[in-house]
Write a protein that binds this ligand. Structure first.
Ligand code: SAM
Length: 276
């Protein structure tokens, strides 16, 4: 297995693990960012949309509602358990215009010039070759079609994420940068789109954060998201100790409004050239 395949396998395993808790209310920025991404894209009713790294389907659901029954969403992800949750969410909403596929975001298997829009919410930074992926997504877009993605910006989840990292290191866990830190600057998002050949590039940054009520809500964020990959490296006793120590330091950040969770998000998008 190549290094890239190993990375993908590791990422997929973490998301399979968190799938059943991923729609936790503490992580409600995912559905609200999905709505904002659709607002950014403004797809027409009847559009064909590709949702890359759909997870539990937040953006697919938002798109399916917007494009109506004459439109259709093809939603892909590598984590089968995330897709299972996404299917449940789509069924709950009685939406009949979304199809799900277990598929690698770097190798989308759709026809050239097929979709009106392609989007990827908080998935692009997990891909070993983001440049190749974007080119692939542009390939399946119709000329003039739209592409958009979201990523977290510099201060997202701070100062909690840094406290988490420092404490993890005290437990002997080697902490790599969080995946999104590969792409947490507006200029890098713009450059990525330019290099892939997109045109009419737009990049905006928005604060999508909110107050969590308790330190347990912060724990729910860690337990049900990509942070879980680090927690899994601790044995049961270490995990209990880590939780107690980390939440104690997080408690110092509580105010009368609760615990502020910064979710600074970059929305970046562009179009496929008409002459491609
Ligand atoms: C943070 S979640 C985002 C899910 C969803 N788009 C949302 O906004 O809630 C990242 C998702 O990317 C998926 N993913 C990571 N690498 C992938 C790849 N190479 N191909 C397809 N999906 C991938 C994960 O399985 C996970 O479901």
């Amino acid at each position: 297995m190549t290094d890239k395949q190993q990375i993908k396998q590791k990422v997929t395993a973490v998301f399979d693990l968190v799938a059943s808790g991923y729609d936790h209310p503490s992580l409600r920025f995912f559905p609200s960012c999905a709505d904002a991404l659709i607002h950014f894209l403004r797809p027409q009713p009847g559009s064909k949309i590709l949702d890359v790294a759909t997870g539990t389907g937040a953006a697919a659901v938002a798109a399916a509602r917007c494009i109506g029954p004459t439109g259709r969403v093809q939603a892909i992800d590598l984590a089968e358990d995330m897709i299972e949750e996404a299917i449940k969410n789509v069924d709950k909403m009685a939406l009949a215009n979304v199809d799900f596929h277990v598929m690698d975001a770097e190798q989308v298997e759709f026809k050239n010039n097929y979709f009106d829009a392609a989007m990827c919410a908080f998935g692009i930074f997990f891909l070993p070759d983001m440049d190749k992926a974007l080119k692939n997504w542009l390939r399946v877009l119709k000329p003039g079609g739209q592409l958009a993605f979201t990523t977290f910006a510099g201060n997202a989840f701070q100062p909690m994420a840094e406290l988490f990292r420092t404490r993890m290191e005290k437990f002997g866990i080697v902490f790599e940068n969080s995946a999104w830190q590969r792409l947490d600057q507006q200029d890098d998002c713009r450059l990525l789109l330019e290099n892939a050949g997109a045109t009419d590039i737009r990049v905006v940054e928005k604060q999508m954060g909110y107050h969590l009520n308790t330190t347990d809500d912060w724990w729910a964020v860690l337990w049900n998201s990509g942070f879980r990959g680090y927690l899994e490296q601790l044995d049961a006793q270490q995990l209990a100790d880590f939780r107690a120590q980390h939440l104690q330091e997080i408690a110092e950040l509580l105010t009368d409004k609760g615990l502020w969770m910064d979710v600074d998000v970059i929305f970046a998008g562009g179009h496929k050239h008409y002459n491609n």
